[in-house]
Write a protein that binds this ligand. Structure first.
Ligand code: HEC
Length: 114
């Protein structure tokens, strides 16, 4: 029993008991080349104007581009949906762990328009 409890307790000490620690990339993440393309690829099909769910969380402008203002405004909700596994649905293109960590790092770096 002790061997089961100990890793969890150790995990609590360094930031939670949610399992493995996430290590965010330390290099500067670019909104235009590393964040927007992922949102456009995995979310635009349905959340762009004219998509199946254009009302909720519109990250794109009418041309299907992920705009800085929209993404920045909706990124907390977007990350919540991605991390819960709710979005994108199976019909969409999955967001990889690396891509997700890059998006989190971009937020941690102040969500810059870079
Ligand atoms: C295949 C179509 C499709 C794709 C791709 C897709 N979504 Fe969705 N999304 C939906 C639909 C339909 C809903 C509304 C029904 C629901 O919540 O399940 C929704 C709802 C949402 C909501 C609102 C959830 C809530 O609780 O109010 C958010 C935020 C969201 N999506 C973010 C994203 C993000 C971020 C991506 C890309 C990583 C994405 N979606 C990709 C179809 C899609």
């Amino acid at each position: 029993m002790r061997t089961l409890i100990l890793p969890c307790f150790t995990g609590l000490l360094v930031g939670g008991c949610a399992g493995q620690q996430e290590v965010l990339p330390t290099e500067t993440i670019s909104f235009r080349t590393q964040v927007a393309p992922v949102i456009e690829r995995s979310c635009a099909g349905c959340h762009a104007v004219g998509g199946s769910n254009a009302r909720d969380a519109v990250y794109m402008d009418a041309s299907g581009r992920a705009t800085y203002a929209n993404v920045r405004g909706g990124i907390a909700l977007a990350l919540r949906e991605i991390e819960s596994g709710h979005m994108p649905p199976r019909a969409g293109v999955a967001v990889s762990t690396e891509e997700r960590l890059r998006i989190k790092a971009w937020v941690a770096q102040g969500s810059k328009d870079n």
